[in-house]
Ligand binder design. Structure first.
Ligand code: PEP
Ligand code: MG
Length: 551
């Protein structure tokens, strides 16, 4: 039996399945036989042990996982949740019930807010389940024994568990729930773990069954033939190696520079080791997530200089702070919004806090003067040419030499010819462009299937931008997740995109796939893709028309 889900990353593996049980039973005993004080101590002790465990996992995990786990530890110690627990305890309820009930109310509230808040609900459910399991003294979220490497199947995996997965043990992660933009998927992607999420029915696969997990296809194939197993094993061996690290190009020699998306100095080292020719997206907000006060010009300049030094003169595209209610920064107070994705974010936040933007531009220009470098600077979420012009003149006023904008809002794509007149380059953010073109919140798992950049509507928007880039003779990059899908990368080049930027783990497959097709073939494939009637049809028609297989 085969199953279909949404793939994260591109890898393919074969191996035996192991199921992880990570649902704690809901408490049924509501009325306590103990005193209120005794239940209070039980609840407090359980919450504290869960918080301490999450904190210790945060320390070991580092990076993005650290932030998610530290936030979960804070949830376990949240005074508002504790007030609700106490309110239950004084009514003589058990600690199990009080915890379950109090967290449940907060989960409902977060879900009703939508956007990133709703996404956080899953993290809160995990804290609640951990605490209830501790109180009931039942196991929760224990990974199966590692007698041999396995494919882990679960209903969903908490960030806490994903962060600690032992890569020598777990070949792939498959979940029946979740979405490709939820924390679990993001952490899996950062670890380079083969993963498929939202694969309905997979919990029925018996423990020990051999399956093939193909993240590029989003499939789980049951009962593969011996030939198929051997074929996948050979691909797994190839995937262990970074392959050739040459510059990106098509089979006819057309250069397609391949860049990396990074959010820290550590990412830069990894990107260069994987053959990135530069950085196509430095998410500067990632450098300052933990700051409680706005970073000074000097502190920012020091961070940017470190990164530029590590880049040794290679092209580096820094994006100005991309913050909003959906991507909050502690030092930037945000009003709660009904629809954060459609609210004050990206350049809209920067315009409201103009001094912060001016400081960042000053720091970026100073860093580029401090070391030999090739720094390009772009702004996120630009809506039209007037906004592009406004940003470009501000950036130039502060000494930035190469100024661009991200096109991630459909309005901006439609007037791309005007936008190119105002700036030196453009980079398309396909994650946001897709969410806005399809009217599907990228943080909402219920509409995850719409978040597919193969959609012909998204590709036609990119074609408009591609034609404007060709007419202007200026560079056009894609730095959304679309660039990390090897076949879609070929189509993007066929639509007029001149460089691609992606998670470093995707560089090898994209490089190898581009090298198999000429510019004429890429254009022919792009013409087929834009005429599909759905994302799925565009993808399958391109695959069927390939003059030769992608690998
Ligand atoms: C995008 O939207 O495609 C993008 C690269 O920006 P982010 O994912 O950071 O919003
Ligand atoms: Mg974006």
């Amino acid at each position: 039996m085969n199953y279909q889900g949404l793939g994260v990353g591109l890898g393919i593996v074969v191996g035996p399945v192991r199921r992880m049980f990570n649902t704690a039973p809901d408490p049924t005993d509501t009325v306590s036989a103990l005193s209120v004080e005794e239940e209070r101590v039980r609840a407090k002790t359980a919450l504290e042990s869960v918080a301490a465990e999450l904190e210790s996992r945060a320390k070991h995990a580092g990076g993005e996982a650290h932030d998610v786990l530290a936030a979960q530890a804070m949830m376990a110690r949240d005074p508002d949740v504790w007030d609700d627990i106490e309110a239950q305890l004084v009514q003589r309820k058990t600690a199990e019930w009080a915890v379950f009930h109090a967290f449940g109310a907060f989960v409902l509230m977060l879900k009703s807010l939508g956007g990133t808040q709703a996404e956080r609900a899953g993290d809160l459910v995990d804290v609640s389940r951990r605490t209830v399991a501790a109180l009931m003294d039942v196991p929760y979220g224990e990974l199966p024994e590692c007698d041999e490497p396995y494919i882990l199947i679960a209903e969903d995996l908490s960030p806490a568990d994903t962060a600690l997965l032992d890569l020598s043990c777990v070949l792939a992660l498959v979940t029946s729930g979740g979405s490709p933009t939820a924390h679990t998927a993001i952490l899996a992607r950062a670890k380079g773990l083969v993963a498929v999420v939202s694969a309905e029915g997979v919990l029925d696969i018996p423990d020990g069954e051999i399956v093939v997990v193909d993240a590029a296809e989003g499939t789980i194939e049951g009962s593969p033939s011996a030939g198929r197993v051997a074929e996948v094993r050979a691909l797994m061996v190839q995937e262990d190696d970074d392959g050739d690290l040459s510059a990106g190009q098509l089979s006819d020699g057309t250069a397609v520079p391949l860049f990396a998306n990074v959010g820290s100095l550590g990412n830069v080292e990894n990107a260069l080791a994987k053959g990135a020719e530069g950085v196509g997206l430095l998410r500067t907000e990632f450098l300052f997530f933990e700051e409680q006060e706005a970073p000074t010009v000097e502190a920012q300049a020091a961070s940017y200089t470190e990164i530029l030094k590590a880049m040794e003169g290679r092209k580096t595209v820094a994006r100005t702070l991309d913050a909003g209610a959906d991507k909050p920064l502690a030092f930037l107070p945000m009003d709660a919004e009904e629809n954060p994705a459609l609210g004050v974010r990206g350049i809209r936040t920067a315009i409201r806090h103009e001094q912060l933007l001016r400081d960042q531009l000053t720091a970026l220009a100073a860093a580029s003067e401090a070391v030999p470098s090739d720094l390009w600077v772009m702004a996120p979420m630009i809506a039209d040419a007037a906004e592009a012009k406004q940003f470009a003149s501000l950036a130039r006023e502060h000494g930035v030499k190469t100024v661009g904008v991200m096109i991630e809002v459909p309005s901006c794509a439609i007037v791309a010819d005007q936008v190119f007149e105002a700036v030196d380059f453009v980079s398309i953010g396909t994650n946001d462009l897709t969410q806005y073109a399809l009217a599907a919140d990228r943080q909402n798992g219920a509409v995850a299937a719409y978040q597919d950049p193969w959609h012909p509507a998204v590709l036609r928007l990119i074609r408009i931008v591609g034609n404007a880039a060709t007419a202007s003779g200026k560079p056009l990059s894609v730095c959304g997740e679309a660039a990390s899908d090897p076949l879609l990368a070929v189509v993007l080049v066929g639509l007029g995109v001149t460089s691609l930027s992606m998670v470093p783990n995707a560089l090898r497959d994209v490089r190898a796939t581009l090298a198999r097709y000429s510019l004429a073939e890429a254009r022919a494939l792009a013409a087929i893709a834009v005429n599909g009637t759905s994302a799925g049809e565009a993808r399958s028609q391109v695959r069927a028309a390939l003059p030769r297989p992608p690998r």
